[in-house]
Ligand binder design. Structure first.
Ligand code: BES
Ligand code: MN
Ligand code: ZN
Length: 528
């Protein structure tokens, strides 16, 4: 075989470094949201109507212009306008429009929550993508309601989340559903736009980037590229400080637990730390720590092959913590918050750690590795300890796709919450209900801590005599002072889903945690 001397030289120069992956992907920017006062006069339209049959002002005007043809067409369609239903009609002759997608708004009362309006927006835009491919101007036609600014902004926010599609790898243009822009008509366009841009769009973008980074395959997102991608998203955002520890820093700081997980991979581990200090100087920050396993093969305790591809999502917790910091910084929240992503790729190989190995964590506590597949708690051991002692947090939350056990217990509807601080349970459940990222408590008691005690080292990374999710929680808690208010979120069941919901169209990352933590922090830490 003839070898190309130039190629050989390049390969020699690269040594063991990874070649950058070539991909055919095109990049997609988050959908732009616009508000306008001007009603279009032609094309297609998405139009909200209430159940009581009384048309909003824009529909009324159209109805008059068409001599009652619009209200006639709606009646003929027999559309009840129940919430989260739509109906496509041919626009009345002479209206100038082609087709109108009617969107049910349910009853015209004031009881709908922001979350319900978000879901109306998301559902409507998904139906509009199906009907028109390029979504036309949308109006909920509610300018007569008292809080129409907040409502329209929430509809737009839900519509943006609901029309996230991970379609960058499709080379067939016909399969693309991504919308460059969504335009909403309201007679308070400027105020709505201002409110939306300040309060909601940064959260939508944080969710967008979280989904993007979680959905990317593991040949694209590995520890260093995770750091690089987030760094580029944060460009231009104020009060942000980012640093990243590499494997040498880890060894220097004694982070033997995360180092041990990463050592089997050619893609070395990283710890990414993003500080957003938007609150008072010196005020104790909230610290969020995420499990960032960019791919979990199980290591030497290797997983079965059938669903292993899905383990590219095993960095969803880390993505959500940095996504939350992005959301808070983007809306200039008056809080101090630190996001820590504990990043490693869990691979088998000649240099991988073995079951039975003993590693020393940054805390000084020693750990016997029982299963190299219980790796999330290992990277978190060093992540939460570092966060706890460096920042003395007012609240520490870790979020991790930690156990199949949590996912079997709670399914797809709730993330699992564990804490030693019972007063945190109710407010977290409430923040979950308000935001749509719901959580439910699972137990954490002294027996769970006992179950991870070990006769070779201080602790071991699995507790065969305790329920799996609780043993995982106890292990992480071992590395946090019990005086630090701490919540552990096991999101193994809820971080990705094949199901379409109004706020998530395509299969894949749900960005679970961003909406929850944004809501919790808004309610409990942001002073008016
Ligand atoms: N990343 C997995 C947990 C997981 C499993 C997430 C399925 C989503 C779907 C985690 O690292 C893991 O392998 N956990 C083991 C722990 C066990 C070895 C103690 C598990 O849950 O089986
Ligand atoms: Mn694992
Ligand atoms: Zn894992």
């Amino acid at each position: 075989m003839k070898t190309n001397p130039l190629l050989t030289l390049c390969l020699l120069m690269l040594g063991s470094w990874q070649l950058t992956e070539a991909t055919a992907a095109r990049s997609t920017q988050p959908t732009q949201i616009n508000f306008t006062n001007t009603m279009p006069t032609e094309g297609n339209l998405v139009l909200g109507i209430f159940q009581d049959g009384v048309l909003g002002p824009q529909a009324q005007a159209m109805d008059q212009d068409s001599n009652g043809a619009l209200s006639h067409a709606i009646k003929a369609a027999d559309f009840e306008a129940k919430i989260k239903t739509t109906h496509l009609i041919t626009a009345p002759m002479g209206s100038g429009f082609d087709q109108i997608l009617l969107v049910g708004l349910g009853e015209q009362d004031k009881s709908k929550t922001n979350l319900q309006w978000q879901e109306i927006g998301g559902h409507a835009v998904q139906q509009a993508v199906k009907a028109f491919k390029t979504v036309p101007t949308i109006t909920m036609d509610i300018s007569e309601l008292d809080n129409s600014i907040e409502i329209n902004a929430n509809v737009a926010y839900g519509a943006k989340l609901g029309s996230y599609y991970f379609d960058k790898y499709y080379t067939d243009e016909k399969r693309h559903k991504h919308q460059q822009r969504l335009t909403f008509i309201t007679n308070q366009a400027d105020q709505t736009s201002q409110y939306y841009t300040q309060e909601l769009n940064p959260v939508a973008d944080g969710i967008w980037f979280t989904r993007d980074i979680a959905n990317e395959p593991a040949n694209i997102i590995y520890p260093q590229s995770f750091v690089d991608q987030w760094r580029s998203h944060f460009k231009g955002i104020d009060h942000i400080k980012i640093h990243s520890l590499d494997e040498k820093d880890m060894l220097k700081q004694g982070m033997g637990a995360i180092y041990g997980v990463g050592r089997g991979s050619k893609n070395p581990p990283r710890m990414m730390i993003v500080e957003y200090m938007g609150g008072e100087k010196g005020q104790a920050p909230i610290v969020l720590v995420g499990k960032g396993i960019t791919f979990d093969t199980g290591g030497i305790s290797i997983k079965g092959s059938s669903n292993m591809w899905n383990m590219k999502f095993d960095m969803s917790g880390a993505a959500a913590t940095i996504g939350t910091v992005y959301a808070l910084a983007g809306r200039e929240a008056k809080v101090n918050v630190v996001g820590i992503a504990a990043l490693a790729e869990n691979m088998p190989g000649g240099n991988a750690q073995r079951p039975g190995d003993v590693v020393t964590s940054m805390s000084g506590k020693t750990i016997q590795i029982r299963s190299t597949d219980a790796e999330g708690r290992l990277v978190l051991a060093d992540g939460v300890y570092y966060g706890d002692i460096t920042y003395n947090p007012a609240l520490l939350v870790d979020i991790a796709t930690l156990t199949g056990s949590a996912s079997r217990a709670l399914g797809k509807d709730y993330g699992a919450l564990f804490t030693r601080h019972d007063e945190l349970v109710a407010p977290f459940i409430e923040a979950g209900k308000q935001s749509g990222d719901e959580v439910w408590q699972l137990p954490l008691n002294d027996n769970h801590f006992k179950a991870i005690e070990n006769n070779v080292a201080d602790v071991m990374n699995s507790g065969p005599d305790a329920p799996g999710a609780s043993a995982g929680a106890a292990f992480i808690g071992t590395f946090i002072r019990d005086t630090t208010p701490w919540v552990h979120l096991d999101v193994a069941g809820v971080s990705w889903s094949d199901k379409t919901t109004p706020v998530k169209a395509s299969p894949g990352s749900t960005s679970f945690g961003v909406r929850l933590l944004n809501q919790y922090i808004k309610t409990h830490f942001e002073k008016e």
